[in-house]
Design a binder for this molecule. Structure first.
Ligand code: ADP
Ligand code: MG
Length: 698
């Protein structure tokens, strides 16, 4: 690349935000294809990493390729054939020979592969070596044609995701051109920081991630680009935390008032150490005039509710107001049901506001909330409605369970003036994810369970051998206890499967448990109906609650000790763990029966994981490793951009470094306004443009 001036570099960087149509070789058809790969701008093209490399610098001889290893073998095509052992099966085999032996590339039902390669042609195969009837084979290997005049070895070729109309070879050509034209850019990272972290410069990273000379260069490039992503997200978190907690005068709550004392005296049990510690951290935050921004993280059954209630008592002592928002109506009702009586006993006024509150009742609640006569409002996202106005809201508690996003979380808080925010989640999340997703929040952990709760035993049976599970339900009922039966989680929008679940529930009710009092809860029922059924169950008028949905199981009925989960393999690991936490909450141990015939390795793994541990954090780490972050997060409601390069499983130490650096930068320069920080600011601002208002306005 010719010498370039700073101006040229700046212009090239500006071009990264332009449509990919401005890149060489890209016409509207190719731009469309790129769009399908999530590549819309020139920057996207440069930053989309290859998903693997064909390493021609390290070629393995066929005879030395170990079974199970991932290698590159170069040779000459000896034979191409298509076999049709069965009517609907076509197997293409391409045999490659090198001076030591041969390897066979195998493709199923892709007859066109046979058209691509000719005898005598030189190819490289890259992939995992398997042994099949004494022959070394590779299933659908990555194939690279080695041009006759090209030096055969000594190169590392990137393989990018490709799509119809855009082959890997073309992708490589487009990326190479874009690197030439736009790859030499200024580095947004201050040099001292870059050197301190041992990172290569940005231009070099952009080039080496695609066209490295060695695999070590590729890794160095990946590390730099991953760091850039993580630093941007941590800077966003640091800026937001700064705005939320430093720049606004919050309310200094009265945390040692008479209501707080009455609350502690009214507790029916002794707090666990974790609860006491969390309450202490929360009240300490609330007592300062800076707004609180804190996450309460605790597995199901660790007793988060009472911790939240302690914060509510402080609000009452401060003569201000609190809102507590839950993700579903049932959960909101449950909070009201559990905390409400406690508040009543210490003379704190409260109300419940949900989508099904009648208009008349709603109007009177709104009036009282606006007038300050109600101290605590429990509710669903109905609380975010513009008609809900507080006289003086100083505490927002949001129980997320991942169903709300940043915007709703802060939206509730914004109903007060710099109100304290307490976010709760019952989904144990791995540390890397917590830092990425909740990086602007300080964290309180509840790890212990109250000793009075006796834990859960998990068992697995196949559907045709489910009798012991059914007997366990009967045995529990005989002893005056209750049971849940959770039927296949069905997407309630799929009418057919929803009906199947309801049918199964009916069958259980009439045939299997015909002699017991069985209640039915389905996702199709109205909130009032659900509420009614839950009441019947809670008060013991129903022995067995059959449910076709998981939304409603955020319930707390200590007398329920047995849970059957039908088709357990259909649920995610986190969900199964959440479900399991519904029993064993009282003085009797819980029993969970997973009824399932898992067929896929993934499903088997999930069942095995549940049988092996009850530690939610450990399960979450496993889930993250097996299924990736997207799965843990569920629907993309977190409102934050995806990570393309950084990996939440393997990059934990890089996440911590980026976090440390980001918070130090913002500490030293709270608005990143110093000249050497401007490029960083511009970058973060661009990446987080959708959620920027929370940084600029709080
Ligand atoms: P979470 O919301 O974290 O899943 P909850 O707050 O619903 O858990 O509490 C679970 C159960 O444990 C409830 O029945 C609650 O009354 C009870 N509980 C909470 N803290 C204690 C404690 N320190 N000692 C005994 N029981 C407790
Ligand atoms: Mg709870």
């Amino acid at each position: 690349m010719p010498d370039s001036t700073a101006r040229d570099r700046a212009l090239r960087l500006a071009a990264h935000h332009e449509s990919v149509l401005f890149a060489r070789h890209v016409d509207t058809t190719r731009a469309e294809a790129l769009g399908r790969l999530g590549i819309n701008t020139i920057g996207d093209l440069l930053e989309q990493p290859p998903f693997r490399y064909v390493d021609l610098t390290e070629v393995t001889r066929a005879v030395e390729a170990r079974i199970g290893s991932d290698v590159t073998i170069i040779g000459t095509v000896h034979e191409v054939k298509v076999k049709k052992p069965k009517p609907r099966l076509a197997i293409t085999e391409v045999t490659l020979v090198d001076p030591t032996g041969c390897v066979v590339g195998v493709w199923f039902n892709q007859p066109w592969v046979a058209q691509r390669y000719r005898n005598g042609e030189r190819l490289a195969f890259a992939g995992k070596v398997e042994l099949d009837r004494g022959l070394r084979t590779m299933k659908a290997p990555f194939v690279e044609k080695i041009a006759a005049d090209a030096p055969a070895e000594g190169r590392i070729l990137p393989v990018h995701h490709s799509t119809e109309g855009l082959s890997p070879a073309w992708m490589r050509r487009l990326v190479a051109a874009a690197i030439d034209d736009f790859g030499d850019v200024p580095d947004h990272l201050p040099t001292d920081l870059r050197c301190a972290r041992g990172l290569v410069n940005r231009s070099r990273a952009l080039r080496d991630i695609h066209f490295p000379a060695t695999m070590a260069d590729a890794e160095a490039a990946r590390k730099r680009l991953a760091y850039d992503e993580l630093l941007a997200s941590q800077l966003y978190m640091a800026l937001r935390r700064h705005v939320l907690t430093r720049e606004q005068a919050g309310v200094a709550h009265v945390v040692d008032g008479p209501v707080g004392a009455a609350f502690r005296a009214a507790l029916p049990f002794a707090l666990t150490d974790d609860q006491r510690h969390s309450i202490h951290e929360i009240l300490e935050d609330m007592a300062t005039p800076r707004p609180m921004n804190r996450l309460l993280l605790g597995d199901v059954g660790t007793g988060k509710t009472v911790v939240a209630a302690a914060a509510l008592a402080a609000v009452a002592d401060t003569r201000s107001q609190a809102a507590m928002m839950a993700p579903t109506e049932v959960l909101a009702q449950q909070y009201a049901g559990k905390v409400g009586p406690l508040l009543d006993s210490i003379g704190v006024g409260w109300a419940l506001l949900t989508g099904s509150t009648t208009p008349a009742r709603k109007k009177s609640i709104l009036d009282e909330v606006a007038g300050g006569r109600i101290t605590v409002v429990f509710g669903t996202h109905a609380l975010l409605d513009a008609h809900v106005r507080f006289k003086r809201l100083t505490l927002a508690i949001v129980d997320e369970q991942h169903r709300f996003g940043v915007n709703q979380r802060l939206g509730l808080r914004a109903k007060g003036v710099a109100a304290d925010l307490l976010v709760m989640t019952a989904t144990p999340i791995p540390r890397s994810l917590a830092l990425t997703l909740f990086g602007d929040l300080a964290t309180s952990y509840l790890r212990q369970r109250p000793s009075q709760t006796s834990g859960v035993i998990t068992r697995h049976v196949k559907p045709h051998a489910a009798a012991p599970a059914h007997q366990a339900v009967r045995a529990a009922v005989r002893e005056g206890r209750q049971a849940y039966v959770v039927c296949a989680l069905v997407d309630e929008s799929e009418t057919a499967s929803a009906k199947a679940a309801v049918r199964e529930a009916e069958r259980l009710r009439t045939e299997v448990f015909g002699d017991l009092r069985v209640g039915l809860l389905t996702g199709r029922m109205s909130a009032t109906e659900k509420h009614h059924v839950m009441d019947e169950f809670r008060s013991g008028r129903i022995d067995v609650l059959v449910s076709t949905t998981v939304i409603e199981v955020g319930v707390d009925v200590p007398n329920a000790t047995v849970m059957l989960i039908e088709d357990a393999h259909r649920f995610g690991l986190a969900q199964l763990h959440q479900l399991r936490g519904r029993v064993g909450r009282g003085e009797h141990p819980g029993e969970v029966w997973l009824i399932s015939d898992p067929r896929t390795p993934d499903a088997k793994e999930r069942i095995a994981a549940l049988l092996s541990t009850t530690d939610g954090f450990e399960l979450a780490e496993r889930d993250l490793a097996v299924r990736g972050a997207g799965h843990l997060l569920g629907e993309r409601q977190h409102g934050l951009p995806d990570l393309r390069i950084a990996d939440l499983v393997t990059d934990l130490s890089l996440i911590k470094q980026a976090r440390e650096d980001a918070f130090a930068l913002v500490d030293a320069d709270p608005h990143l306004s110093l000249p050497q920080h401007r490029p960083l600011l511009e970058r973060v601002r661009r990446i987080f443009s959708q959620a920027w208002e929370w940084v600029s306005s709080g």
